[in-house]
Ligand binder design. Structure first.
Ligand code: 5GP
Ligand code: MN
Length: 316
């Protein structure tokens, strides 16, 4: 299948590259690395991400133009959908993508719905970047610094800085190779973990004050509201890492963060440490993800949403 994609790239000119809404390090690093590989082959890649790049990933080398908000409608020789469990994850207008060119679906979510003409799904891969690395090797692409730092950051962030259960030997091997291409691990770690604006911590204080635990402190929930964003002059990009912080509590198996989108819609992020499969719980609500990290959107008032979550976790 890598060879099939290599040939599609070899025979084509124009490519659209996209990933999911609320992009994380893997989505961004994957999209940008593919851009630089295609650029080095003198192709015409174009990136669409519904949301703009969160401040913590602004250090990643990206093209001069990235499209946000509205999909640049055109005909492409292929449309790459990266890190998306389903095409819906690209955001509004996703239905049009299939008319714009053959969709190539590259992902590592267990819940992937194989929506592409070509589907490379490896749930054992630490990240989409790991799968792309294999593709680039098949293509004999040069691992320039711009490719290397994007791949490194994608793997570094999707493995929770090499802490989560998806941390495999490939993750280390690829990252080791990327350091040889000039990536400084301490620089990436600083950019990702030690570069937050003060406001983010004011928001974290408000969020931690909402912490509640259930089932003998094995399930922890916290909440972020639009009012908290207003009070601290922050937005959803400042919540990255919050659910992971809650997971740090000893004995907690599942951490849940509820983020108010509107008074009647909440974005739910779940993380688990042990055997609890949060992807299947999020799947109950139409979402998905990985065994230990998943998400979904639930409609209802905060009371209703909490009640539905408590029911899913069998909390009395
Ligand atoms: P996060 O909580 O950081 O938004 O997402 C955690 C993981 O679950 C990521 O791998 C993300 O792609 C996936 N995910 C989050 N929300 C959804 C959703 O609504 N649907 C699906 N299919 N996956 C999601
Ligand atoms: Mn990913």
């Amino acid at each position: 299948m890598f060879r099939e994609i290599r040939d599609i790239i070899g025979n084509g000119e124009r490519f659209l590259i996209t990933a999911h809404i609320d992009p994380d390090g893997d989505a961004l690093g994957s999209v940008f690395s593919l851009y630089w590989v295609l650029d080095s082959l003198r192709k015409q890649p174009c990136i669409y991400l519904r949301d703009r790049v969160p401040y913590m990933y602004e250090f990643l080398p990206k093209p001069p133009q990235v499209f946000h908000g509205e999909i640049p409608e055109d005909q492409y020789d292929a449309v790459f959908a990266l890190d998306c469990g389903n095409l819906f994850r690209v955001g509004d207008g996703y239905e049009k993508l299939k008319e714009m060119g053959p969709v190539i679906n590259i992902d590592h979510h267990t819940t992937n719905e194989t929506f592409g003409i070509v589907n490379i799904i490896d749930a054992g891969a630490s990240s989409v970047a790991e799968i792309l690395y294999r593709l680039y090797k098949t293509m004999k692409a040069t691992m320039s610094f711009n490719v290397a730092i994007n791949l490194y950051t994608a793997i570094f962030t999707d493995t929770g800085s090499f802490r989560y259960s998806n941390t495999n030997s490939q993750a280390f091997l690829i990252c080791e190779e990327m350091t040889k291409s000039g990536v400084s691990p301490s620089y990436v770690a600083q950019m990702v973990h030690e570069n937050h604006p003060k406001e983010r911590f004011l928001l974290l204080g408000l969020v931690l004050a909402t912490l509640e635990t259930h089932k003998s402190d094995t399930i922890a929930m916290a909440m972020v509201t639009q009012d908290m964003f207003r009070r601290t002059n922050t937005s959803k990009e400042h919540t990255e890492g919050f659910v992971e912080s809650v997971k740090e509590i000893r004995g907690v198996d599942v951490a849940v963060l509820l983020r108010e989108i509107t008074g009647s819609q909440y974005k739910i992020s779940m993380r688990s440490k042990g055997n609890t499969d949060v992807a299947s719980i999020c799947n109950l609500f139409g979402g998905g993800g990985h065994r230990n990290a998943a998400g979904c959107t639930i409609n209802g008032t905060i009371r209703e949403v909490k009640d539905r979550l408590k029911e899913a976790f069998k909390i009395e």
